[in-house]
Design a protein around this ligand. Structure first.
Ligand SMILES: [Zn+2]
Length: 498
């Protein structure tokens, strides 16, 4: 029997829901038409992401091969910038507004790990997508015999990604702060221009030269490497900023570059026996630490401002949407989290957790990746996006599958033979992290989820995980031809060139 009753409350509700759903479709459709590139607004981008999550779109994402013949590549390296100082990491001090704004249009890797905690081996791992012990540029000097040290240079047999870009027709210019990224180590192969004539220069030096070069080369397809030591201990903070910070400080430090070097060396001197850590705990008190952290933070703020002004000019030149732009840091810096300052001599997160972001033109929107990745995956990812062939035998992997929603479980390692003085290796599995000191065989295990500051070594309470991670580490060392026996009990003075 046909019902003639008026619609009940349930039916009315259904009609209301249907109308709301229809309105939603109309509004989102209107937004899509209004802003087809979806480049301005993060939340709109995310709305579009979910709308476009069909499989044909997934595979097209980040594929720039059609544009590659006309696409520039830009790599910006902010030396010694800690991940935890950026706004994207959740830091609320507002030190990095430019990076945070860049992140709105980029893939942000929240758990990027450097292969080495200092400039030369870290950058060379980016250049070659190989582990430091594989590319072999682990120090500025290498031991030829008992007392003979010779300058290190990348083996001609190892191809670098920038050189491959050049061979594929890109014109390359590098504008750097020198020191650990000097061309002579193997970074500068076939570059059209390579600025590296100062030791520990900041971007206040490298950016003007880069902009001048860009003016002359903007009509070519270029690879630009921009680098500066702005956050580094060996880069001086502006006098006026230092005075401002010093006004609130009651201690004996002056915050100079010279003093920083002296403290760093003093920390290393505490390494009395092979396997010891650098130690300044009796030298610096809490007030000193606060002072040094303030200086560091101010440097980060300056570095961010400089990168921001560069990016604004780059955008104003009309180059941004014809360029794939990556921003990285090569390592962080310790500020007494583990009893010392500076970087290179330990493998804790304040040094290993780095900034890594990639802005893909034509698909410039925020995507947050929480999966642990390696900084040395950067160029393989860029090459995959450009449709370029990877050189054989590299350790890095393209992260595009991850960006397209697939899972990737990448083995994470890091290593240091800092100044031929400390010899440590690190690996991770999930939230567990093992650090092995090759000089005395000591192991430390941390659970980064429960103890992100790595203050509680749980190796003795979790011997099984410690054993398993150590086996992974030893298998990897075997592959990279590192013989742990070579380092046991090793003890010599740190080489002075670094
Ligand atoms: Zn560095």
């Amino acid at each position: 029997m046909k019902s003639t009753k008026p619609p009940g409350p349930l039916k009315q509700l259904r009609v209301i829901i249907a109308v709301i759903a229809l309105l939603n479709v109309v509004v989102v459709g209107w937004l899509l038409l209004r802003n087809p590139k979806g480049e301005q607004n993060g939340s709109l981008s995310r709305a579009m992401d979910s709308l476009m999550a069909d499989h044909s779109m997934e595979s097209a994402r980040y594929d720039l091969s059609d544009m590659a013949s006309d696409l520039n590549v830009v790599l910006i390296s902010m030396d010694a910038l800690r991940w935890d100082r950026t706004g994207i990491s959740g830091n609320e001090k507002g030190l990095t507004p430019s990076l945070d704004a860049f992140a709105d249009e980029a893939v942000v890797f929240h758990a990027a790990v450097t292969a080495a905690p200092w400039t030369l081996p870290s950058h060379m791992s980016v250049w070659t997508a190989r582990w430091p012990s594989v590319h072999g540029v682990t120090n500025k000097l290498r031991l030829l015999s008992q007392d003979q040290l010779v300058p290190t240079q990348l083996s001609p047999g190892i191809q670098t990604f920038p050189d491959l870009l050049i061979l594929n027709g890109w014109t390359a210019g590098a504008f750097t702060g020198g020191a650990g990224v000097q061309a002579s180590y193997g970074f500068g192969r076939n570059f059209d221009a390579y600025l590296d004539d100062r030791y520990f220069a900041g971007m206040d030096y490298s950016i003007p030269a880069a902009l001048e070069w860009l003016e002359q080369n903007r009509d070519k397809r270029f690879f630009l490497f921009l680098h500066g030591y702005d956050s580094h201990g060996q880069y001086p903070l502006a006098e006026s900023s230092l005075e401002e910070i010093a006004a609130d400080y009651h201690g004996n430090l002056d915050g100079s570059v010279k003093e920083q070097a002296r403290l760093r060396e003093l920390g290393l001197k505490a390494i009395g026996n092979p396997g010891d850590s650098p130690d300044l705990t009796g030298v610096l008190d809490e007030e000193d630490t606060r002072f040094l952290r303030e200086i560091y933070d101010r440097k980060v703020r300056d570095a961010d401002q400089r990168v921001g002004s560069f990016l604004a000019k780059f955008r104003a030149m009309g180059l941004l949407d014809h360029s794939l732009v990556a921003i990285m840091s090569d390592h962080g810096d310790e500020l007494m989290e583990h009893g010392s300052i500076d970087h290179g001599a330990t493998l804790y997160e304040e040094q290993l957790h780095v900034v890594m972001m990639i802005r893909f033109p034509g698909y410039a929107r925020r995507q947050d990746i929480q999966t642990p990745v390696r900084l040395l995956d950067l160029f393989p990812t860029v090459f995959d996006a450009l449709g370029l062939e990877q050189p054989p035998g590299v350790d890095g992997k393209s992260l595009l599958p991850l960006l397209r929603g697939q899972e990737m479980d990448l083995p994470v390692f890091s290593e240091t033979d800092y100044r031929l003085y400390v010899h440590q290796r690190m690996t991770r599995r999930g939230s567990l992290k093992l650090i092995l000191d090759l000089a005395d065989g000591e192991k430390q295990l941390f659970d980064l989820e429960k103890d992100s500051g790595e203050q509680k070594d749980i190796s003795s309470s979790d011997p099984r995980s410690t054993y398993e991670l150590e086996q992974n580490l030893r298998a990897w060392m075997d592959k990279t031809r590192t013989n742990p026996q070579d380092y046991l009990g090793i003890h010599q003075k740190p080489i002075t060139l670094f």
